[in-house]
Design a binder for this molecule. Structure first.
Ligand code: COA
Length: 222
C-alpha cells in the first residue's frame, strides 16, 4: 500500500505546497522540448498530497480502470464510500503498516491536471538508503491509461525530485529507481530526470522475474 505522510486533519485540506509544471513544453529536463513541430498536448500538471477535492476523480479512475492502482480497487471504493476522511488519512500515513523487519515508510503523491492523473510513491527503510530488496527501488509511479503520453510521468518525477531536494521530507540522499528492461516509457521517464544506470538484473523478483534495470538520482550534492 502506498502511503504519504500528513496528519489526519491536513489530509483533507488543500496542501500548503502544490508544485506544478506545464508538461512537455515547459519541463526543464524533458529532451522532447527540443522536438519542434510536434503537437504536444500541454496541460498543467501538479504534484499533490492526496486531498478531498480530488477524491471523486480518484474514485472515478478506480472505477474506470480497477487495475491501475497497486491497491485493490474494490476495497478502496468501499472505504471511500464509508468514510472519505478516514480513507485519506490511511492513504497519507507514512509509517510502515507492519512491525516486520524491513517494513517500509512511504510517502504518496497524486498527479493532477484538475483531475486525478496518477500517483508517485517514495518508500524507504528508516535510517538507511539501502532497501532489503534492491530491485524494489525507492520510487514507484503510474499514470492512468487515458492520460499517458502527455509527459505527465516525466513531469511528475521531476516535480517529486525537486520537492524532495527542497523539503527534506524523506531521509534519503539518493533515489534508486528500478524498471523492467522492456519498459521503455519508464526508462525514458527516469533518464529524462537525470537517472544514471547503476545496476541490472537478469531476473528481478520485483518485476515478476523479468530482467530489470536500476537507476540512481542524487537528492543531495555528492
Ligand atoms: C510508464 C508510465 C508511468 C509513463 O507515463 P507517461 O505519462 O505516459 O510518460 P510520459 O508521457 O512522460 O512519456 C515518457 C516517454 O516515454 C514515451 N512513452 C510513453 N509511453 C510509451 C509506450 N507505451 N511505448 C514507448 N514509449 C512510450 C513517451 O513518448 C516519452 O518519450 P520522449 O520523452 O522521448 O518523448 C505509464 O506508461 C504507466 O503508468 N505505466 C504502467 C505503470 C508503470 O510501468 N510504472 C513504472 C514502474 S517503474
Amino acid at each position: 500500500m502506498h502511503q504519504c505522510g500528513v496528519t489526519r486533519g491536513a489530509a483533507a485540506e488543500r496542501p500548503e505546497w502544490i508544485l506544478s509544471v506545464r508538461s512537455k513544453s515547459m519541463h526543464p529536463t524533458i529532451p522532447s522540448q527540443r522536438k519542434r513541430g510536434r503537437d504536444w498536448r500541454v496541460n498543467s500538471v501538479h504534484l499533490e498530497r492526496p486531498r478531498e477535492e480530488l477524491l471523486a476523480s480518484y474514485a472515478a479512475a478506480l472505477k474506470r480502470d480497477p487495475g491501475f492502482s497497486p491497491r485493490p480497487a474494490r476495497e478502496q471504493l468501499i472505504a471511500i464510500e464509508r468514510d472519505p476522511k478516514a480513507f485519506l488519512y490511511e492513504l497519507c500515513a507514512s509509517a510502515p503498516t507492519s512491525d516486520a523487519p524491513g517494513a517500509l515508510h512511504r510517502l504518496l503523491f497524486w498527479l493532477s491536471d484538475g483531475e486525478f492523473c496518477g500517483e508517485l510513491v517514495v518508500r524507504w527503510r528508516q535510517g538507511t538508503n539501502t532497501l532489503d530488496q534492491p530491485t524494489f527501488g525507492h520510487v514507484g509511479y503510474g499514470v492512468v491509461a487515458w492520460k499517458r503520453r502527455r509527459g505527465y510521468a516525466t513531469a511528475g518525477l521531476g516535480l517529486l525530485i525537486a520537492r524532495l531536494r527542497c523539503s527534506g521530507e524523506v531521509p534519503l540522499t539518493y533515489l534508486d529507481i528500478t524498471t523492467s528492461r522492456d519498459n521503455i516509457a519508464s526508462q525514458k521517464v527516469i533518464t529524462a530526470n537525470g537517472g544514471e544506470l547503476v545496476d541490472s538484473w537478469e531476473s528481478s523478483p520485483s518485476h515478476a522475474g523479468a530482467p530489470a534495470l536500476g537507476y540512481r538520482i542524487a537528492l543531495v550534492a555528492q
